[in-house]
Design a protein around this ligand. Structure first.
Ligand code: GTP
Ligand code: MG
Length: 169
C-alpha cells in the first residue's frame, strides 16, 4: 500500500503546548515538566485514515520570540499547519491571528489550516470561549478543535480531520 508523506508544522506562542500535543500524538505520553523547544524538533508518525496511509513529517517549532524568523523554513512546502493557542490565555489567541495572517500571505497555497485550542482541561482558568474561536476558524476556513495534551482529548482527532482535508495522491 502506498504511503503519502505530509509535511506538517505546529506554530503558536511559547508554552501553549505544541510539543505536548506532538508527544501525545506520537508517543501517547505527557510530561508536565516539558522543556521549552530550542529552534525546532522533528518527528514522524504514520497514520491510517480510511484505508489510506499518511506519513506525517512533523516540525514542532519553538514559540519563543527569538526563533520567530525561523518559522518560514518550517511552513515552506507544508501540506498542513496546526496553529495552537492556550484556552487560558487570551494573548495566545491574539498571537494565533498573527500566524494565520502570515500563513495566508507567505504560506504555501492550499495549506490545510487547523486551529487547536489547547489545555481545555483547565476549564476554571479559561479566557477564550469555544464560540469565539470557532467563529474565527469558520471565518478563515480553518479546522478547529479544543484539545488537551494532558487528557488526550481531540489530539488524534485533529490529525484525523487534517488527513481528510489533504488532497489524496
Ligand atoms: P515552546 O516549545 O516554548 O514553544 O512551548 P510549547 O508550545 O511546545 O509548550 P509545551 O508543550 O512545552 O508545554 C508548556 C507547558 O504546558 C508544559 O508544562 C506542559 O506540561 C503544559 N501543557 C501542555 N499541554 C497541556 C494541556 O493540555 N493541559 C495542561 N494542563 N497543561 C499542558
Ligand atoms: Mg515546544
Amino acid at each position: 500500500m502506498s504511503k503519502q508523506e505530509v509535511k506538517l508544522c505546529l506554530l503558536g506562542d511559547s508554552g501553549v503546548g505544541k510539543s505536548s500535543i506532538v508527544q501525545r500524538f506520537v508517543n501517547n505520553t505527557f510530561n508536565p515538566l516539558a522543556e521549552s523547544t530550542i529552534g525546532a524538533s522533528f518527528m514522524t508518525k504514520n497514520f491510517h485514515e480510511d484505508s489510506h496511509t499518511y506519513k506525517f513529517n512533523i516540525w514542532d517549532t519553538a514559540g519563543q520570540e527569538r526563533y520567530r524568523a525561523l518559522a518560514p523554513m518550517y511552513y515552506r512546502g507544508a501540506g498542513a499547519a496546526i496553529i495552537v493557542y492556550d484556552v487560558t490565555s487570551a494573548q495566545s489567541f491574539e498571537s494565533l491571528k498573527g500566524w494565520v495572517r502570515e500563513l495566508q500571505h507567505h504560506g504555501p497555497p492550499g495549506i490545510v489550516l487547523a486551529i487547536a485550542g489547547n489545555k481545555c482541561d483547565l476549564e476554571d482558568y479559561r479566557e477564550v470561549s469555544y464560540q469565539t474561536a470557532k467563529n474565527y476558524a469558520d471565518e478563515i476556513g480553518a479546522l478547529f478543535v479544543e484539545t488537551s495534551a494532558l487528557t488526550a482529548v481531540n489530539v488524534n482527532e485533529i490529525f484525523q480531520e487534517i488527513s481528510k482535508k489533504i488532497p489524496k495522491e
